[in-house]
Design a protein around this ligand. Sequence first.
Ligand SMILES: [Ca+2]
Ligand SMILES: [Ca+2]
Length: 175
Amino acid sequence: MGNTTSSAISKEILEDLKLSTKFTETEICQWYENFQKQCPTGRITPEEFEEIYTRFFPEADAKGYARHVFRSFDTNDDGTLDFKEYIIALHMTSTGKTTRKLEWAFSLFDVDKNGYISKTEVKEICQAIFKLIPPEEQKKLPEDENTPEKRANKLWAFFDKKDNGKKKHMHTCTM
Ligand SMILES: [Ca+2]
Ligand SMILES: [Ca+2]
């Protein structure tokens, strides 16, 4: 309360993040400090996110993938990532539980956010992922997944089998 622009993280967000990630309070506070230093506005833009990715994959063309990842974590669809969305992203891409990762994978693949994954969407993501893999690493991939197309076909078969990968519970709404 009050009008102090304290740099401390709000208790609500902290509790929320402790529940939804495995990060400790100290870790979250540290992330928050870093976040504030890097993003004084408190929001990460798609361009800034691309830069972060490019730093992680200096040799690769990470832009396409970064854009997809950004979209999948912008849960409130406002075109920026706030601290909470950013931490969930971090958590999910590093240490997340398998079930959570699958949920995230779903939103990563659901490019148009319509609640379904189409084969075109699977191909699009596979192409973006392949751009992250250096050519010499690509050569080491198993024969049945050494091109974006093969990878997409394999994944598509997997989604198809699981069936729940294709569909997602949608709120009853008029489309
Ligand atoms: Ca957002
Ligand atoms: Ca879709």
